[in-house]
Design a protein around this ligand. Structure first.
Ligand code: B12
Length: 210
């Protein structure tokens, strides 16, 4: 019931109610994972449905996304783990043409919480920018996020640019986003796909041979 209320408060853009419900659920002993997935992400799922049916204006979805971020700020300290940069160096960005950043940010937060050294490349990231980052930071893994079916194919350009620059043997590539699948990841020559930010950690460890 409270999870539904939290989802609705995200959808309504009610920041005060969203943060206080997150605090209340934590105090009641709910796990931050459950509050995130069933409450906060639930609100964005409702926003997505509203977008699809045309019931919501884009401005309303932007407000819901900002409200999500406020709620998430309450949960974030509860995900903090022991930093261990020896685990690996990762850079993550949202593919060019795509400005969605929430999924990417959650993946970054979870990888950091589990000890990876993570560089945030931001949104609308070109293939060249991924290559530059791989060279500058001697990356072990590049992570690419794509939210739109129209931008997903850009991930293939990143794989190719990494190959063209002689980096493909050294740097693993992982991909994700709501329309991305394991089969799609393989088809573009990536090394793996993660369904959510929790799977992203398992995948990154696997790619590092941990
Ligand atoms: C919020 C939102 C917006 C906000 C973005 C705000 C922000 N700061 O990000 C705004 C309003 C700006 C927006 C704009 C648009 N949006 Co939008 N948006 C959404 C919405 C509601 C939520 C997205 C989200 O944050 N989800 C929550 C996160 C936690 O989930 P996630 O992104 O899937 O990420 C998880 C996993 O996928 C995975 N993951 C993600 N990345 C990676 C990377 C790696 C390496 C790994 C391992 C895993 C991984 O882990 C994440 C965490 O668990 C979705 C609908 C939905 N239900 O998803 C539509 C949606 C994605 N948007 C859509 C559309 C069409 C648009 C617009 C084109 C609308 C328009 N007419 O202008 C524009 C595009 C702008 C652009 N060029 O990018 C469509 C996409 C349809 C499609 N299949 O292509 C959707 C699905 C809505 C819909 N049903 O129509 N949007």
């Amino acid at each position: 019931m409270e999870f539904q209320e939290l989802a609705k408060s995200v959808l309504a853009g009610d920041e005060t109610r969203t943060t206080s419900l997150c605090e209340q659920l934590l105090a009641e002993g709910e796990t931050p994972e459950r509050i995130l997935n069933e409450g906060l992400v639930g609100g964005l799922t409702l926003a997505g449905e509203g977008m699809e049916t045309g019931e919501l204006y884009l401005a309303e979805v932007i407000i819901a996304a900002e409200t999500f971020k406020n709620g998430f700020a309450v949960l974030e300290p509860h995900f903090k783990g022991e930093p261990d940069s020896a685990l690996g160096r990762v850079a993550i960005g949202t593919i060019f043409g795509d400005i969605h950043d929430i999924g990417k940010d959650l993946v970054i937060m979870m990888l950091r919480a589990y000890g990876f050294e993570v560089y945030d490349l931001g949104i609308d990231v070109s293939a060249d920018r991924f290559v530059e980052a791989a060279k500058a930071h001697q990356l072990d893994i590049v992570g690419i996020s794509a939210e739109l079916t129209t931008t997903m194919m850009g991930m293939k350009d990143v794989v190719k640019a990494m190959e063209d620059n002689g980096l493909r043997q050294k740097v693993k590539i992982m991909v994700g986003g709501p329309s991305v699948t394991e089969a799609f990841a393989r088809s573009i020559g990536a090394d793996g796909y993660g369904k959510d930010c929790f799977e992203a950690v398992v995948l990154a460890k696997k790619l590092m041979g941990i």
